[in-house]
Write a protein that binds this ligand. Structure first.
Ligand code: ZN
Ligand code: ZN
Length: 337
């Protein structure tokens, strides 16, 4: 079968062995119809976390073509999935930190979503695979996993009613995060360096968004909306300068949700700001099976809209998709198989 294999930080289309259900016994073979390109895929390539020979891609939509399972799934079912499964019985899981569970980190779809076929295990089928309602298109359904990540972040912030929430960074994840905050019934504001993205966010239901020009004028502009500062600030920008800005935009006692990695990690939050201003710094990484379940429901109920966010590429165009994402030419790529 065809797969995009990582070779020297680039995708190369290769003919690789199709996963065989017989090798695994239980589980299913899914024919991939499409797979979203995640920002984390690009980070993994650039940081060297992804190695030569790896097949990336985890925002998969596909159809079960072969199955041996005790679950209700059948051959022919259209499905979406989360790629990691927690054990539900370790210290991390007991404390709700499902994405820290060691079993979660070890489990995956095989070989990865940028391939014609993948193997999903029985425990995936039991916990992180979902039927796609026929009312959802493949591209809409492919948002199940990234939206699940946003839902987790919003839940972890424990947003109170009538709160003012700021999303820093209005890429696809920022837009989804804002829509999630809205879907939970709260007001949402955005800010980004790019004017186009600020306009776009308002089309997706943001109450107001700000162009980040110089820090001081943006902050004083924001004061008109949130005189004390924002109650919750979500960081999706992946730039270390935005950490400092988040602290300034937050009100005393606010929560700051960290939702992206940054290149120069040492420029972190300052101790005294956190202490004297009683700030809550909350990390949110990857979704739990419950978040995925909520995500598919939000998509089906059309509480989050995704049209216009994706640009389709054939699998042969994956390297272009990466470049176009990095140069902000597109919002997000969807690889059609
Ligand atoms: Zn993802
Ligand atoms: Zn666990």
């Amino acid at each position: 079968m065809k797969a995009a294999v990582l070779r020297d930080k680039k995708f190369v289309i290769e003919n690789v062995p199709k996963p065989l259900l017989d090798e695994y016994g239980e589980g299913a073979i899914v024919k991939v119809t499409g797979c979203g390109l995640c920002g984390s895929d690009i980070v993994k390539i650039r940081t060297g976390k992804a190695k030569d020979g790896d097949v990336l891609g985890h925002e998969v939509v596909g159809e079960i073509v072969e199955i041996n399972s005790k679950t209700e799934f059948e051959s022919g079912d259209k499905v979406v999935m989360g790629h990691h499964v927690p054990c539900f019985s370790c210290t991390y899981c007991w404390n709700g930190n499902f994405s820290m569970c060691r079993h979660f980190k070890e489990t995956n779809i095989i070989p990865g979503g940028f391939a014609q076929y993948i193997y999903v295990s029985e425990e995936h089928l039991r916990n992180t695979v979902f039927h796609v309602n026929l009312s959802l298109s493949d591209t809409e359904a492919s948002f199940m996993e990234p939206l699940g990540c946003c839902i987790r972040a919003v839940k972890r912030a424990k947003i109170k009613d009538n709160s003012k929430n700021l999303i820093i960074g209005l890429g696809t994840v920022g837009i989804l995060m804002g829509e999630t905050v809205k879907a939970f019934g709260n007001s949402v504001y955005g800010c980004d360096l790019l004017y186009d993205r600020v306009c776009l966010s308002e089309k997706y239901g943001f109450d107001k968004s700000f162009v980040l020009k110089d820090e001081q004028s943006t902050l004083s502009e924001m004061k008109k909306t949130a005189p004390l500062g924002f109650d919750n600030v979500f960081l999706t920008a992946g730039a270390s300068s935005s950490l400092d800005f988040a602290v300034k935009a937050a009100r005393d006692g606010a929560s700051i949700v960290v939702f992206s990695s940054v290149k120069d990690d040492m420029k972190g939050f300052c101790n005294n700001e956190i202490y004297y201003r009683e700030l809550n710094i909350i990390g949110s990484y990857s979704p739990s099976p419950m978040d995925l379940e909520d995500s598919i429901a939000l998509l089906e109920e059309r509480k989050v809209k995704t049209e216009g966010l994706l640009t389709e590429y054939p699998i042969e165009g994956l390297n272009d998709a990466v470049n176009d994402t990095l140069s902000n030419k597109i919002m997000k790529a969807y690889i059609k198989l």
